[in-house]
Structure formats: C-alpha cells, structure tokens
Design a protein around this ligand. Structure first.
Ligand SMILES: CC(C)(COP(=O)(O)OP(=O)(O)OC[C@H]1O[C@@H](n2cnc3c(N)ncnc32)[C@H](O)[C@@H]1OP(=O)(O)O)[C@@H](O)C(=O)NCCC(=O)NCCS
Length: 372
C-alpha cells in the first residue's frame, strides 16, 4: 500500500475524467465561461449545453423547452404522499424522498441506456421544481399551483411557489443563480452520483444519493446557514465585533472558503453585483452593508474569500424566499450537472472502488468468550 497516494478528503487527487466542466482558470461549462453564460444565456440554454454538449440551435431550444413544459407535472399520488410527510420534515429531506418517488412513476424506470437517461434527466429537471413548490404550498395549507407552459423554468418556479406574477428582476436573478449552481466538476455530491452509477445503478438512485450529499453544511447546506448567520448578526454596526469574535473562537463562517478556489470563487464574484442591485430595488441595503463588513473582516483576518453561497443566500432573501428552500433551489439547478455526470460515467464506466489505509490492530489470535 505504501506506493499508493493518500490525502485526507482526496484533496488534490484526480479521481476521474470529465468533459463537462473545469475549474482550472475560472469555471467553464463545456468550454464556455460562467461569466459569459450568466451574462447572455438562459438557464434552459445552459441546461441543454451541459446535458447535450453544445449550445442549442433555436429549434432545438424550442423543442427542449416544450419537452420541459410537457413534463412539468407530477403524479397525483406523489402530491398525496407529500401531504402525508410530517410537517417538521425539512424541504431538503422532502427533495431527497421526492427524487426517489419520481422514479416509481417514470416511464423509463428500469432502462439505464443513454437515451433513456437523457429523457429521465429532462423529466427530473422539469418535475423537481413542481415537487418543491407543491410541498411548500401544502405546508402552508395552500393548494399547489400547476406549472404554466410558456414560462421559463425560473419564472414558472416563482409562479408555482407564490401563485403571483413574479417581477422580471426576480426571474432574472433566479435564472442567473440557477446558471451558476448548475455544474461544478467533482464536488462531493457529483462524485457521490458518479460512485452510485458506477455500480450500474440508475439515474434516480444516483440523484437521490447526490441530494443526500448536497444537504450537508460543508456543501450545499451552507447557503441556508449563511442566512442564519446574517440573521444572527442583525446589523452592520454589530458585524465587525461579531465576526472577529467568531474567528477567534475558531468558528467556521458559512459561505466562506472552498476546497479548490483559494483566491476566490468566480461565481461569488459574478453574483455579488447582481445581489447589490437587487438589494437596492428591494430596500435591503442594510443587509448588503452588513455582509460587506463581514466579508472584509474574514478576508483581512483569514485571507479566505467568499464562495457562491455567500451572495446567493442574500439574493434569495431579497427575493422573499424562505430559508429552508435555499438548498432545494440548489438541487433544482445541480440536477443538470449530476445527470450529465451520470451519463458521462456510464458512457465509459469503470466501478469506482478506491482503497483505504488500514489503521486497525495487527493480526491477532481468536479468543474464546471466556478468554477475552
Ligand atoms: C468549504 C470548506 C469545507 C473547504 O475547506 P477545506 O479545503 O477542507 O479547508 P480546511 O477545512 O482544511 O480549512 C483550512 C483552514 O481554513 C479555515 N477555514 C476554512 N473555511 C473557513 C471558514 N468558512 N471560516 C473560517 N475559517 C475557515 C479552517 O478553520 C482552517 O484553519 P486552520 O488551518 O487554522 O485550522 C471550508 O472552507 C468550509 O467549511 N467552509 C464553510 C462552509 C461552506 O461555505 N461551504 C460551501 C462550500 S462551496
């Protein structure tokens, strides 16, 4: 075993190959920088790019949007099950259960071929927002609002959550956040999805496991914790003392740091200005000011820059979205990246089965019960 490389957390280890995205020299999806995509593309175009490898032609985009619209409904039995899940169950746990449930009513269940997986990926992309919005409304004793064709995924999502016409600015903010969350190389949840499908298990099983991995506060769960931190700090004048004290106590400030980006997360840089604009129009300049104080102190004291979850939590707050939906929103977008990775893994599969350094006792003799 001595010639094998071991690094805790697999830090810096190349664990596979991908043509979907790279984080070397910025974040790039299939050759396009996320800055270009966030500036010019819609989430649907980006989803198509990630799943199919190329930006869509106009007719391909139209057909893709039509397929997503047609699939944006879930079986009434699933709605019934959502009604029976206890009220205290978190939205993120419902997403995990929901992804698994959707498999039982999927027409391609049992077919793990490339074409079937693309169809299943499109259906998950269309159905998970319906499921999330339905559960959100059921929790408030409201009836689910059906999806409406002709709306973009971001528009439809806000429509199904609130049953009110969303503003153009909110739709655009949601669209950009979905673009930025869509794909990120071999992060923990994507790697989980690849490990699961490498056993030749199916797409829904891989996505269900990935949602479980995303939930953790060191990964996707961080966006909800960021908002809890901002609520705890409360105001800009308390921010500096709060953060200096927290750092002294060795508290991890959620929304800061990244295993790979040590000089800054390009997604956070991009979203910061959009966040500031939304704060301006929604009257949240105080929170923006507080966040800037915290950011300045963390960078000054620890040289740890913010990651995407730092601005995205505020963005969702400024849009009036409740905290328990923040990580589920991440799921709605990352399902695209996870699906593309499952399909890529299965195209050239080899079971993912690494080794471990054994740290247990040396070989020892069996002892009968009375001799132990
Ligand atoms: C994402 C994360 C797990 C990556 O960490 P990592 O590469 O494993 O880095 P380490 O845990 O080895 O941390 C290295 C040092 O930076 C510190 N550090 C890392 N992130 C920190 C944070 N958010 N706040 C304060 N200190 C932090 C660690 O305490 C450690 O300090 P030490 O050397 O004095 O002990 C980590 O930065 C983190 O926990 N961030 C907060 C959660 C978060 O926002 N997650 C979303 C990621 S996109």
């Amino acid at each position: 075993m001595n010639d094998l490389i071991y690094r805790p957390g697999l830090e810096g280890i190349i664990a596979g190959e991908t043509s979907i995205s790279t984080i070397t020299g910025g974040l790039i999806y299939r050759g396009y920088s996320i800055e270009d995509l966030a500036e010019h593309a819609t989430f649907e175009e980006v989803a198509y790019l990630i799943l199919y490898g190329e930006l869509p032609q106009p007719s391909e985009l139209e057909q893709f949007q039509q397929r997503l619209s047609a699939a944006a409904t879930i079986h009434p039995e699933i709605i019934e099950i959502l009604r029976h899940i206890p009220a205290q169950v978190s939205a993120m746990d419902v997403m995990r259960t929901g992804a698994s449930l959707l498999a039982h009513w999927d027409a391609d269940e049992g077919d793990n071929g490339r074409e079937a997986n693309l169809r299943k990926a499109e259906r998950l992309l269309a159905q998970l927002p319906v499921l999330m919005a339905a559960r959100f409304r059921i929790e408030q004793s409201l009836e689910p609002v059906p999806s409406e064709s002709g709306r973009s995924l971001a528009d439809n999502l806000l429509w199904m959550l609130h049953g009110e016409e969303p503003t153009e600015q909110h739709v655009r903010a949601m669209d950009v956040s979905l673009i930025l969350y869509a794909e990120h190389e071999f992060n923990a949840s994507t790697f989980t999805a690849r490990v699961v499908c490498s056993t030749l298990s199916d797409l829904h099983a891989s996505i269900t496991a990935a949602i479980g991995a995303l939930k953790g506060p060191l990964h996707g769960g961080a966006n909800e914790r960021v908002m809890e931190v901002l609520e705890e700090v409360g105001s800009a004048d308390r921010a500096e003392a709060w953060v200096r004290n927290a750092l002294q106590q060795k508290v991890r400030i959620m929304g800061f740091g990244h295993r790979v980006y040590k000089t800054g997360d390009p997604r956070a840089r991009y979203l910061k200005s959009l966040c500031a604009q939304l704060a301006e129009t929604t009257g949240h300049q105080d929170m923006e000011q507080m966040a800037n104080v915290i950011e300045t102190v963390v960078v000054e004291e620890k040289q740890i820059p913010p990651n995407l979850d730092w601005p995205s939590a505020r963005l969702y707050h400024y849009m009036g979205l409740p905290i328990p939906l923040y990580t589920p929103l991440f799921v709605l977008s990352r399902v695209v990246g996870w699906s593309a990775h499952v399909i890529e893994q299965l195209d050239d599969n080899r079971l993912i089965r690494p080794r471990a350094n054994y740290t247990g006792p040396e070989a020892r003799a069996w002892l009968a019960p009375g001799e132990r």
